[in-house]
Design a protein around this ligand. Structure first.
Ligand code: ZN
Length: 131
């Protein structure tokens, strides 16, 4: 059911600047996508089967803007690729974990995603991704 690390989300203040920096380290930019529902712009940089996901806020009230204000730039979440996201959420809930999303929503790349609260996962904001 748990397949691999899908990506690691990194909150940045300026996406273009961050992409340039990662390119200097040898990463390649796969795509940049804006996700209006989440008020973010994301850049995907492949790392084998996984990716680094750079996230820039597109609004003051974006979760990423709040994160940057509180914690500054850095690792924001870890995304786990699962075969069945509904089952993964059901299982997490049955085990008493606090979910941010009771139901999956559509995230980057049009994939189904859902977040588990960091209070339940030793301080790590966990994202499930299906597909
Ligand atoms: Zn993510």
């Amino acid at each position: 059911m748990i397949n691999r690390i899908d990506h690691i989300g990194v909150a940045v203040k300026n996406l273009d600047e961050a992409v340039d920096l990662y390119k200097k380290l040898g990463f390649e930019l796969k795509e940049i996508e804006e996700i209006p529902e989440q008020k973010v712009k994301v850049a995907m940089l492949p790392v084998g089967e996984s990716k680094i996901e750079l996230l820039e806020a597109t609004a003051e009230d974006s979760a990423i803007a709040k994160f940057l204000e509180k914690r500054g730039e850095g690792v924001h979440h870890v995304a786990i690729n699962v075969s069945d996201i509904e089952k993964a959420l059901e299982n997490a809930k049955a085990n008493g974990l606090q979910l941010i999303d009771e139901k999956p929503r559509i995230g980057a790349g049009g994939k189904k995603v859902a977040f588990v609260h960091p209070k339940s996962t030793k301080g790590v904001l966990l994202e499930f991704v299906e597909g």
